[in-house]
Write a protein that binds this ligand. Structure first.
Ligand code: ADP
Length: 307
């Protein structure tokens, strides 16, 4: 089949990291964008990858859009909002420990679902739709409901809807809203790709099985539970498989390990429909990502063969 479309929905931010001597280095990153980046790097030319977000009309928004386009990711669906700017975060380093400061409360991306017709057109044109708990967390509650309604329509007509709960409590107004909305995100999806640490901490799951069963009981047919260096557990239509992580000599930076795993997994799964093989491939890509600095490791360093 030719010309299939992968749509990732969420927020990409300006990233500032320490470059020594008090200097800061500027980059661009964000969970759903990172996954789009790795999906693009791993998918063949018969797939297009589009990013769905909202940006402002300032120079930084232009620069981010150019960066996204340069990665081979479509930007034609990105709404531009007058007078707004992208969100920003800074990676602080103190005694080797990383911490993050965010300026995203009024980012343009918070309005990404404010035009329901535009959102509907984008979702209808896609074959695969990817979103996360962060996508839902940044939206006003009524816009999150609009997005979820579109996602459910997509699921109902047989599209592959993929959700990473990516639980970030401080983005949510309350635990209650977080639990309800993330559960709704999973219920609206076909494939859920959680990280076990987050699920144990915030949903109280005492085992990987508990995470798998909770999401399957909500209505997700397939679940991939990531568990860092301890590998992933897949449950596809009830059939369970474990795939170990790859051994990494020296872990340098685990930023976007899960995002890269998701992007690589989906790229391979979309072409082969072989979930365990896709997970083995993704474990290889994620192992390379944690061996390098930064969220976005260039394609040349991912050990992919072929064009
Ligand atoms: P998240 O970043 O969402 O918390 P994980 O930490 O579970 O996700 O990591 C996602 C994937 O990245 C794992 O399934 C594994 O393939 C790879 N990975 C993460 N940490 C390591 C590690 N220390 N060694 C090898 N692979 C790792």
């Amino acid at each position: 089949m030719n010309g299939r479309r992968f749509l990732s929905i969420g927020e990409c931010m300006v990233e500032l990291s320490q470059a020594g001597d008090g200097l800061l280095r500027k980059g661009f990153a964000g969970d759903t964008f990172n996954t789009a980046w790795y999906a693009r790097a791993c998918l063949g030319a018969d797939w297009s990858v589009d990013y769905f977000t909202a940006l402002g009309d300032d120079a930084m928004s232009d620069e981010m859009a150019a960066f996204i386009a340069e990665a081979g990711i479509g930007t034609s669906l990105i709404r531009r909002i007058k007078g707004r700017t992208p969100g920003l975060y800074m990676i602080n380093l103190k005694n080797g420990e990383r911490s993050f400061s965010y300026w995203r409360d009024s980012s343009a991306a918070r309005s990404l679902a404010a035009d329901p017709d535009h959102l509907r057109e984008a979702v209808e044109a896609a074959d695969v739709i990817y979103f996360s708990g962060i996508t839902l967390a940044i939206l006003p509650q009524e816009d999150a409901a609009t997005l979820l309604a579109e996602i459910r329509r997509a699921k109902a007509v047989g599209k592959l809807v993929v959700f990473d709960p990516n639980i970030r409590p401080r983005l949510w107004s309350s635990y209650d809203v977080m639990h309800t909305t993330i559960s709704e995100g999973a219920r609206s999806s076909v494939l859920v790709m959680p990280s076990f640490d987050d699920e144990a901490a915030h949903f109280g799951d005492d085992s990987i099985e508990a995470t798998v069963h909770r999401y399957r009981a909500l209505g997700a047919l397939n679940v991939v539970v990531k568990n860092g260096a301890d590998g992933v557990t897949l449950n596809f239509a009830g059939e369970e498989t474990f795939v170990p992580a790859e051994k990494v000599e020296k872990v340098v930076d685990t930023t976007s390990a899960g995002d890269s795993f998701n992007g690589a997994f989906l790229a391979r799964y979309l072409d082969s429909e072989d979930a365990p093989a896709a997970a083995r491939f993704a474990a290889g890509v994620a192992a390379r990502v944690v061996s390098e600095h930064g969220a976005l490791v260039p394609r040349e360093k991912l050990g992919l063969s072929g064009g």
